[in-house]
Design a protein around this ligand. Sequence first.
Ligand code: DHB
Ligand code: FE
Length: 298
Amino acid sequence: MARITSSVYTSHVPAIGAAMDLGKTQEAYWQPLFKGYEFSKQWMKENTPDVVILVYNDHATAFSLEMIPTFAIGTGAHYPIADEGWGPRPVPSVQGHAELASHIAHSVIQDDFDLTIVNEMPVDHGLSVPLSLMCGQPEKWPVKVIPVAVNVVHYPIPSGQRCFKLGQAIRKAVESFDEDLNVQIWGTGGMSHQLQGPRAGLINKEFDNAFMDQLISDPAALAAKPHIDYVRDAGSEGIELVMWLVARGAMKDCAVTDPIAMKDIASRSRKYAGYHRKHRFYHVPASNTAVGHLILEN
Ligand code: DHB
Ligand code: FE
């Protein structure tokens, strides 16, 4: 059977992609940031999965005000790199895993999550920058990718609770796929940032570090945080962090063994907090954003 072996969390700032594409990673501004991902690239080489379920948000690239899916899953075989205004990034296009993606769609929709099924879409920096950070600059991405897009750009946005539960449903779906596949799930976006208005440039280190602590040790409680707290404390774009809860909900300690067992999840998460943390990194700033990064193993 397929299994989720690890989860990865990372910001997806477009300027990080540009720094890699333009050969600027060793410049004084960028060097400390890329240093924090050296461990991750090595870990990724040693733990390359067959498939990454990559939870990200589209930034009005594939979708627009014409059509706003709350949750979308890519069931295609292939996704081109989007042109976000400066031409597509010079990185490989993305191979999907249509069979597993279709199976997840089937299972999760039967579990009452209304996913939009997308067979064709260009993927923007939300998806390509995390791949670059984790895999470097290969000729071809070493993994197949199932894009899961979450609307965090136009209200109403799904709650942290709903995102966490979607992660739990994705775990159940993966574990009922009848093929031996090593699957990782990645949550992207955040951390604190606000790109517009009078508070543009807002960063909140205290919030970000507390978020990472609680994501590791008590994700079920973190999932109850209301939107307004993210927006007040982490800036309008800090709301991207709800996507980290999808990945965290898919970890083993969050598996639903009993529908009323949220209390059990809390005690299991505390118990395993030290054990499954592989890597943690935090750096301010990258462009306008605080960069956070975690690798958690089951
Ligand atoms: C920036 C960060 C983002 O998450 C994004 O989607 C776009 C821009 C930034 O900091 O510049
Ligand atoms: Fe973003």
